[in-house]
Design a protein around this ligand. Structure first.
Ligand code: NDP
Length: 338
């Protein structure tokens, strides 16, 4: 299992904050519980918030010291005391970062229908068809309220959420501008995802790059980073512009984030800043998202890049790497073959 050892202020360190350790046999199942052989686990930036010392800044509670990390995963049921979830099914649920994980009685667990015959990979359930896909879809459509002809700027644009926001916005007739942290990622945005413009934010001043990528200003900023990216976007947003505040990864690994100095421009320009949390979207919204995105994937209207790390033992390095921009696409751990 990958065990959480200590709360972290800066980037977590392998051995000090996270460690892959041998554990014993899975426990005897109690009524309602399900034992899964874990196949895929998702690495998401929000897990970093659960590693903070302060309960109030942790999302949905901190990780418990000495216990495995927990996140969205896909697994095969190998023992069950839940009659609704038979042995042999492939399920999606929250799972421990373990080879074998017990899903507690009463926890949300979904049987993936026709999982063994699906044309889409099982890993998609924690990526494009899971939480990041839902975030992109709902954040863009319901919060960004995009209109054809508008310009959107997306930071961390090659990542799990960003790559989808950009493609969806293109289909809706927007002009799409993205930023990312390497030339390889920029080439992907321009050549594969057909963004209209993209820049490497590590090469030069962000506002200057944004101005030349979107000379007429931007209507929507889809924020994944915060800090200097948000500052530049606020400066370059047009009147009545919208900021979809999805995340602020630039601030997650420091106790003293620099903050944003020009928030006041929201007053004269009447800019709205709209925060949202994917977990608060409802079942009706989920059904619409799943149908649309499954159709688009099968029709080849959107593509999706995953960054799959093989082996649970490599999860700590992959997680820290994702926080530092080493992932290229949706950060995913493949724990075992089906
Ligand atoms: P990504 O796959 O985009 O991975 C994180 C990326 O962030 C890295 O690859 C890196 O890319 C970039 N990054 C890291 N540090 C910095 C920095 N200091 N400055 C600029 N870029 C940085 O992650 P996700 O797509 O899963 O998540 C993106 C954002 O969306 C996060 O902020 C996350 O918290 C948020 N989120 C919010 C949800 C919600 O419900 N509101 C749900 C899901 C995600 P690069 O090489 O480009 O620097």
């Amino acid at each position: 299992a990958v065990v959480f050892k200590k709360y972290a202020v800066d980037y977590p360190v392998i051995g000090e904050h996270l460690e892959y350790v041998a554990t014993g046999q899975p426990p005897e199942l109690k009524d309602g519980e399900v034992l899964t052989r874990v196949l895929y686990l998702s690495l998401d930036p929000y897990l970093r918030a659960k590693m903070r010392g302060h309960e109030e800044t942790a999302l949905f509670g901190r990780f418990e010291i000495g216990k495995p990390l927990i996140n969205h995963g896909v697994g095969e049921v190998i023992a069950s005391k839940n009659p609704a979830v038979p042995v042999g099914e492939i399920v999606y649920s929250f799972m421990g970062f373990e080879q074998y994980s017990v899903i507690p009685a009463g926890q949300y667990i979904e049987i993936i229908k026709n999982a063994r015959q699906s044309k889409l990979p099982l890993s998609a359930r924690i990526g494009v068809l899971g939480m990041p896909g839902f975030t992109a879809y709902g954040g863009l459509l319901w919060y960004g309220k995009p209109k054809a002809g508008e310009t959107i700027y997306i930071s961390a644009a090659s990542g799990a959420v960003g790559q989808l926001v950009g493609q969806m916005a293109k289909h809706l007739g927007l002009r799409v501008v993205g930023s990312a942290g390497s030339d390889e990622k920029i080439a992907y945005l321009l050549n594969d995802l057909k963004f209209d413009a993209a820049f490497n934010y590590k090469k030069g001043d962000i506002l200057t790059s944004l101005k030349s990528a979107a000379p007429e200003g931007i209507h929507i900023y889809f924020d994944h980073v915060g800090g200097s990216h948000l500052e530049a976007a606020l400066e370059w947003l047009l009147p009545l512009g919208r900021v979809v505040m999805c995340g602020q990864i630039g601030d997650y690994n420091t106790a003293n984030p620099p903050g944003v100095r020009n928030l006041f421009v929201c007053v004269p320009k009447e800019i709205s800043i709209l925060g949202f949390l994917v977990l608060n979207f409802n079942d009706e919204q989920k059904a619409v998202f799943e149908k649309d995105v499954t159709d688009w994937l099968l029709q080849g209207k959107i593509i999706y890049k995953e960054d799959i790390t093989e082996g649970l033992e490599n999860a700590p390095a992959a997680f820290i790497g994702m926080l530092q921009g080493k992932n290229f696409g949706k950060a995913t751990i493949k724990v075992a073959d089906l």
